[in-house]
Design a protein around this ligand. Sequence first.
Ligand SMILES: NC(=O)c1ccc[n+]([C@@H]2O[C@H](COP(=O)([O-])OP(=O)(O)OC[C@H]3O[C@@H](n4cnc5c(N)ncnc54)[C@H](OP(=O)(O)O)[C@@H]3O)[C@@H](O)[C@H]2O)c1
Length: 284
Amino acid sequence: MILVTTAGKVGAHTARILASAGQPVRVIVRSPEAHQDLAAAGIELFRGNLDQPDSIAEALADVQSAVLVSPAVPAQEIAVIDAARKAGVAHVTKITSDAAPDSPIQRRRDHYRIEVALAESGIPHTLLRANAYMQNLLALAPAIAANSEFTSSTGDGRIGMVDARDVATVAAVIAPSPAEHAGKTYRLSGPARVSYDDVADQLTTILGRTITHRRITTEEQEAAMVELGLPTPVAHANAQALELFAHGDSDWTSPDVERIAGRPATSFSLFATDHAGRFSRADA
Ligand SMILES: NC(=O)c1ccc[n+]([C@@H]2O[C@H](COP(=O)([O-])OP(=O)(O)OC[C@H]3O[C@@H](n4cnc5c(N)ncnc54)[C@H](OP(=O)(O)O)[C@@H]3O)[C@@H](O)[C@H]2O)c1
């Protein structure tokens, strides 16, 4: 049995790929009622909450391989790691970011703490260090649909952004056959380094109308995210991340998606084509 810790963007897609390949897969969800599509795809839904260690221990029964793909909350993921060690789980695939103990971004420091706990657990594991997800841009879709314009504080920064579906694909390759991947860290990116001006250009081509990227300051970026409904600490961390993008922090690509998935990483152009409806007035 393979356990996937949440049914978010990456977790749900990982579980779907595993189930369609005939792998037994279980996903922890707080509300099974909201995930009946996954049950229909043959995925076992386990009602649980990562804040409740008892429910985690139960979810790990018969699990050989776990995919740790949850918000960067050390208490939650470290509880899963402790329970996995006690349950004798043979391998953990952890989705992480550019984690570092001295990162200015809290969630990167938190991912680092989780990585340290995973190393100390002694469980064979693989780290998937992902660049920013293309799906983050879907938060801008309503503005693009309504005004054909979006704002950001990323300046000229280029980002090797990765489609979250590719992160899931890589996790779904590793989790059932982890032996050759244990002890390794892979860096997951898209095929190209894309600036937000490039995003505007590619959306212009795909949507057939001019899409404009308007530059704003980091302070304006944080305020815009609060306006969109994000809690202030999340808006602050996101604005910090975009400031790092502007300074080249995410200006990297890696061949690891293609090497492990056995097909090219998804380009931004393909991602935008797949989600064109979300950026269009008709969907606004
Ligand atoms: N976004 C990026 O650019 C980026 C880049 C690199 C790495 N990452 C990392 O990728 C990982 C996965 O991100 P994602 O975007 O796939 O996540 P996501 O779509 O935000 O999904 C998070 C999931 O966690 C669930 N969850 C939250 N609290 C829970 C709890 N207490 N118990 C059980 N489930 C809980 C949520 O369930 P509900 O639906 O019930 O709320 C949701 O399904 C994260 O570790 C993130 O830091 C993200």
